[in-house]
Design a protein around this ligand. Structure first.
Ligand code: NDP
Length: 296
């Protein structure tokens, strides 16, 4: 079997187009423009690239983008004061603090200072709790993007066996909650899991989020299964730096029914879902109907 390639780049473009159309309606019918504030502390080069990209795409879908760049030695008190101002600012519907923060800042404290209704990353402890109890919440962007692709490919996920490789708070755990919410039978695997290969081979859906280049070979995949590769790993190959996922793409694609490539799979969906979450937050804040198909 040769797997169908799930084109995350094209799907992300569709999500952005839906968001843009909804934003246009919000402006015309309600006089509201959704706004996303992104806070970057310090000069981490990768974070700077992400923040630029987020700002650009925010403006492209018609939303307001507010970038707050703070010095690396910004005090916790100053950062919390900024978050407080953004929480109170009615033109800001989404707040994202780019992680990782410099070491002297307590990330949990900072994230939990964001108004949960504006927490478009879905990392606030209230949103974690709401998701865990199956209530309406802001859902972390990367797992939300994975869920959208799975629903688009399969329709209903009910009754499917899903394995999530990785138990991080930003990917693995919320991914497992979302799959459970869609009535999958979910196994969460991690570095202490016994016989990972066997666990994977039972799965109709494998979501790999381990951060280990090409760790999952094709012979761990059940024929016809759907493979979602969250991993983004930079490796040297043939004298060049290349991006690879956590799945060995060539061997897995020969067995799977569908697979996301790296790059061009989960990655582009993450920012698209950030925009979708900002729109959702704006609609909720104004008591308006939420966009269809853009939330969990
Ligand atoms: P973390 O490092 O926080 O978590 C990795 C998880 O993988 C841990 O639970 C760890 O287990 C598990 N793990 C590590 N090694 C193994 C192993 N050999 N066997 C089984 N499990 C293992 O990573 P993240 O969740 O933050 O990210 C995972 C990957 O996804 C990374 O490549 C990251 O770059 C990528 N990513 C991509 C995004 C995107 O937009 N596409 C967004 C976010 C992340 P244990 O808990 O036991 O240590």
């Amino acid at each position: 079997m040769t797997a169908k390639v799930i084109d995350g780049k094209a799907f992300a473009a569709e999500v952005r187009a839906k968001v843009a159309a909804h934003v246009t309606r919000l402006k015309e019918e309600n006089g509201i423009t959704p706004g996303l504030a992104v806070v970057l502390v310090g000069e981490d080069p990768a974070s700077q690239v992400y923040v630029r990209s987020k700002g650009k795409q925010t403006v492209e879908v018609g939303m307001n983008s507010y970038e707050h760049k703070l010095d690396a030695d910004t005090s916790e008190a100053d950062l919390l004061a900024l978050i407080d101002r953004l929480n109170k600012d009615a033109t800001v519907h989404g707040i994202l603090v780019q992680l990782p923060l410099p070491k002297h800042l307590d990330s949990d404290l900072v994230i939990n200072a964001i108004d949960p209704a504006k927490d478009v990353d879905g990392f606030h402890i209230s949103n974690v709790g709401l998701l865990g109890t199956g209530q309406k919440s802001m859902v972390p962007c990367t797992p939300l993007g994975c869920l959208m692709m799975l629903r688009d490919h399969h329709g209903s996920l009910a009754g499917m066996d899903a394995v999530v490789l990785g138990r991080s708070n930003i990917v693995g755990k919320p991914m497992a909650q979302l799959l459970l919410g869609d009535s999958c039978t979910v196994t969460i695997a991690h570095s202490r899991t016994k016989d990972l290969a066997d666990v994977c081979r039972r799965a109709d859906i494998v979501v790999a989020a381990v951060g280990r280049p090409e760790m999952v070979p094709g012979d761990w995949i059940k024929p016809g299964a759907t493979v979602i590769d969250v991993g983004i790993n930079r490796i040297e190959r043939d004298g060049k730096t290349v991006l690879v996922g956590d799945v060995d793409y060539a061997s897995a694609a020969a067995v799977a029914g569908a697979i996301t490539p790296v790059p061009g799979g989960v990655g582009p969906m993450t920012i698209a879902c950030l925009l979708a979450n900002t729109l959702t937050a704006c609609c909720r804040a104004n008591g308006l109907a939420e966009p269809e198909g853009l939330t969990a």
